[in-house]
Each structure stands twice: as structure tokens, then as C-alpha cells.
Design a protein around this ligand. Structure first.
Ligand SMILES: [Zn+2]
Ligand SMILES: [Zn+2]
Length: 287
């Protein structure tokens, strides 16, 4: 993978309220506005759209982020808290814009709670998306969004401690376990820094995701990991193993948010000190 000169990521929506930005709404979900510069080229990506359009549009406006400049929308996976704002955002953008996702992001999705199933998939009909200005681009494999910027596609599951639990889908007319094959991340190599991995929920496993990025970039290290790490409810052993792998990769910045979970974030802060910063709604980070 070749490199970009710089990257700026703005958290448009996250679960946590930002004490320094009280005017912004925090809500369970995620949306990142990501600006990437390479020479004279700028690529603006919207990765996920939060649970509803009102939140992402209002926060974007208050953060002076012009969503009309979005070149591409990337969906990290098909859960409602990442896709709920999509139709409203497309309407606001008002021009044709690619929407990149794994085909299974559009399948029915449920979260298995104690005794019931809770709907967890996209909260609209695929036909509504097809009628919108979004150019639906479904791919299982990696996709180059622009030169030097990759959407991972399906992530290989190799690490023994990262198992997907608690989700269901429908396949061939049967309710079955959902291993979330649609879960994907964004991979960028920033000049002078190295590999930056941006996850939505990392349902595929944070370490599986990083290893995939390393294989693609031909690198054994990782500069930064940003996003939801889905460790709320994870065993202490899994969080510990995740931290050990990140340390082995020599990570310089660990930026958890969304579904990472308070306990896991506390452990990351303990392990990485100043290298770890929890991201909240409205935070801006640059690489
Ligand atoms: Zn999810
Ligand atoms: Zn999520």
C-alpha cells in the first residue's frame, strides 16, 4: 500500500458525551468523518452514519463539517447504530455518492438478548436505498476507495480468543448464528507514521483486523487503532490478550470508543498510558 500525507478524523457520533462540546448530541452508534490528503488530492469519507440522520446531521453542522463534500460512504457493517442515518445523510448530500458495504450488511440482523431477539440490522428497506442517491457498491473483498486508502472487505478470523457471540441472521430460511462476515475496517498508511486502522465495531476481532491490515500493508507494526473494539462484556482474558498483541505490534496510539466498554477502556489506559485516549462525540484526531 502506498501512503497518504495526512489524515484527520472527526467523531460525528459516539455513545459518549464530550464535556468540552456540550452542544453535541451523543447517542449509541458511530459515525466518523475522515479527510485524507495525498499530494494535491483530498478524499473525504464518511464511515458509518450513526443510529439516525438527525444526530449525525446536527452534529456535523455544529462541528463545521460539510457532509456535501463526502466522496464516499463506507459502512463498517450492517447494524442499525452504524447505518440508521444513511438515507437521511444521502438526502442531505443530494448528489450521487458511492455507498460501500459487504453484501451481508444488508441481511436481516438480530442481537440475541436473554429471552428475545432484538432487531439490529439496517432500519430501512434495501429498495429505499436503491431509490436514493447512494450508489450501492457491495463487495466481499478489499476495495480501494481512492489511491492509498483501503476498505478491508471480509476479515480473516484467525485469532483463537476472538469469537463472535450474541448475533443472529437468517440464511436459507433459517435463523442461524451471525458471524458478522460483513464487518470491515478502513486501512490507511500515513507517511512518516505507519498503518492506521479504523474500526466500526471490530466484530471480526480487533487483532484479526489489525493482522489483515498488516498483511495488506506488508508491515508488522501498527501506528494507531481507532474505533469501537467491541470488548464490552468480553472476558478479562480476551482484553488482556488484545492488549498484549497491540503491544507486540508497537502501537503508538490506541483510541477506543463506542462499543469498547468502560472496563476494557480502563485496562487500555492502564496498559498504554498517554498513548491511549478515549474518543468522544466531537473529538478530532490527526495523523
Ligand atoms: Zn455492531
Ligand atoms: Zn456498534
Amino acid at each position: 500500500m502506498s501512503q497518504v500525507d495526512g489524515m484527520r478524523l472527526t467523531v460525528l457520533v459516539d455513545d459518549s458525551k464530550n464535556p468540552t462540546r456540550p452542544e453535541l448530541t451523543a447517542k449509541h452508534g458511530l459515525a466518523f468523518f475522515i479527510e485524507l490528503k495525498a499530494g494535491k488530492d483530498t478524499t473525504n469519507l464518511l464511515m458509518d452514519t450513526g443510529p439516525s440522520a438527525d444526530v449525525v446531521l446536527q452534529n456535523a453542522q455544529r462541528l463545521n463539517v460539510d457532509l456535501k463534500k463526502v466522496d464516499s460512504i463506507v459502512l463498517s457493517h450492517g447494524h442499525y447504530d452504524h447505518t440508521g442515518g444513511l438515507l437521511g445523510v444521502l438526502k442531505h448530500i443530494g448528489k450521487k455518492v458511492p455507498v460501500m458495504a459487504h453484501p451481508e450488511a444488508l441481511e436481516p440482523k438480530f442481537a440475541a438478548r436473554k429471552k428475545r431477539l432484538k432487531k439490529a440490522g439496517i432500519p430501512f428497506q434495501v429498495s429505499e436505498l436503491e431509490k436514493s442517491s447512494g450508489i450501492l457498491t457491495l463487495k466481499r473483498g478489499p476495495t480501494s476507495v481512492a489511491p492509498r486508502i483501503w476498505v478491508s472487505g471480509e476479515i480473516k478470523r484467525a485469532s483463537p480468543f476472538e469469537k463472535v457471540k450474541g448475533f443472529k441472521t437468517v440464511r436459507r430460511g433459517k435463523l442461524v448464528k451471525d458471524y458478522m462476515p460483513d464487518d470491515q475496517a478502513l486501512f490507511v498508511v500515513v507517511k512518516g507514521k505507519g498503518l492506521v486502522v479504523v474500526t466500526g465495531c471490530a466484530h471480526a476481532g480487533l487483532i484479526n483486523t489489525i493482522k489483515q491490515a498488516q498483511r495488506g500493508a506488508g508491515s508488522s507494526g501498527v501506528h494507531a487503532v481507532v474505533g469501537g473494539f467491541h470488548l464490552a462484556g468480553a472476558s478479562a482474558g480476551r482484553t488482556k490478550a488484545t492488549i498484549e498483541e497491540l503491544q507486540k505490534a508497537g502501537v503508538k496510539a490506541v483510541m477506543p470508543c463506542h462499543c469498547t466498554g468502560k472496563k476494557a477502556i480502563a485496562k487500555f489506559i492502564k496498559a498504554f498510558g498517554e498513548k491511549c485516549k478515549q474518543l468522544r462525540t466531537g473529538d478530532v484526531v490527526t495523523f
